[in-house]
Design a binder for this molecule. Structure first.
Ligand code: ATP
Length: 363
């Protein structure tokens, strides 16, 4: 009998439910067609609309569902008009990262040769790198409790040895897997600002110690400002980048821009026990409820989930379906016939998701 994997689903706010429904549909059909695994989805209410209704943004019952699941899918949470009494936005996704110690934020940046992008890439050049963003500390450490007086404001950056060691171990393993599967040369770049801040010299020292354990992989360093420049000038040059939380936050949106927009940018936040898979974009309230949202970032995040679950549980069928789903999305984008408005087309959410289904099951 197939193993059944339990998936907690946070369908969230704004366009969240609209992109979650077709993604679950695709996953259900893939699992039904596979004789290697089954999936069981459990709804976990949370987010800004839930807070407006109940006064709770991340109920304990939903946390319990998340903790008990094999993987967590999250679409988008937060609405600009719904805020806590101190004026900050509702963002349970950040609470989840901290509560479940999801230290490694994975942001793949992929563009196939010939695919339309905002950069005028040479026709034979594609982009295929992964940005790993530390997701539990860094400059987000004092989030919600920075000191603000009439005259000054202070936030504190925290980098710990414990999390950095886990982060770098994870990153080098990822580069080794990419090398093994032919996706990259096995190169890890530590992105920091070690020329100015002692905290980043500390970060770099821990990186170098992990690098020494991987003589078969290439390790180097780059300053964050130069990295932003090179991501535009020669993005094909990178393999795996690893960086602090705030730098990663900014660079991952630049990465999404390289791909043509947020609607194509997937992500995963991974710890030792749990992982959350979600698109990089927010709840896009400006287009919510109109059937216009691009579901592809969410579908690509689901593909990352299949890959992660498959590797973790030694389930080849899932790893293969993860790759099949990613390639189906890439084919739809490369073909360019059924694209949503954010990436230059006229299709709606349903048509874009159907194009992925057809690529998977018809062609
Ligand atoms: P957050 O702070 O929660 O990340 P944000 O304020 O950066 O959110 P988004 O909600 O990501 O903003 O939206 C930014 C812009 O991108 C909006 O104009 C939105 O309509 C557009 N956008 C985001 N996601 C999608 C999507 N999946 N499909 C189409 N357009 C999108």
């Amino acid at each position: 009998m197939n193993k059944t994997f339990s998936i907690a689903v946070f369908s969230g706010d704004g366009i969240g439910p609209e992109i979650t429904a077709p993604t679950l549909d695709i996953l259900e059909r893939m699992a039904a067609a596979s004789d290697g695994y089954d999936l069981r989805f459990t709804d976990a209410p949370a987010g800004a609309s839930h807070y407006a209704k109940t006064g709770e943004s991340l109920p304990e019952a939903s946390m319990d569902i998340a903790r008990a699941s094999d993987a967590i899918m999250l679409s988008a949470m937060g609405l600009p008009d719904v805020r806590y009494p101190d004026g900050t936005e509702i963002s349970p996704q950040i609470e989840l990262r901290k509560a479940l110690t999801l230290f490694a934020g994975i942001r793949p940046v992929t563009v196939k040769p010939g695919q339309k992008t905002p950069l005028n890439l040479p026709a034979d050049r594609g982009i295929d790198f992964v940005l790993v963003r530390e997701s539990t500390e860094g400059l987000f450490h004092t989030q919600g409790c920075g000191e603000v007086t009439n005259d000054e404001a202070r936030e504190t950056l925290l980098i710990t040895r414990e999390i950095s060691e886990k982060l770098f171990r994870f990153t080098f393993d990822l580069a080794a897997t990419r090398k093994k599967t032919g996706r990259g040369p096995g190169r890890v770049t530590c992105v920091d600002k070690a020329n100015v801040f002692r905290a980043f010299a500390f970060f770099r020292e821990i990186f170098d110690a992990e690098a020494a354990r991987h003589p078969d992989l290439i390790a180097d360093h780059a300053y964050v400002d130069a990295t932003a420049l090179w991501m535009v000038q020669k993005p094909w040059d990178f393999d795996v980048l690893v960086t602090e939380n705030m730098f990663g936050d900014i660079l991952s949106d630049l990465g999404a821009g390289l791909m043509g927009g947020l609607g194509l940018a997937p992500s995963a936040d991974i710890g030792l026990e749990h992982a959350v898979f979600q698109p990089c974009h927010g709840s896009a309230p400006d287009i919510a409820g109109q059937g216009l949202a691009n579901p592809l970032a969410m579908i690509l995040s689901a593909a990352m989930m299949l890959d992660w679950l498959g590797l973790r549980h030694d389930n080849d069928a899932m790893v293969q379906d993860g790759a099949r789903l990613r390639e189906a999305v890439e084919d739809v984008v490369a073909l360019g016939e059924v694209l949503t408005r954010d990436i230059g087309g006229t299709a709606g959410t349903k048509e874009a998701a159907n194009a992925v289904l057809e690529t998977l099951f018809v062609s």
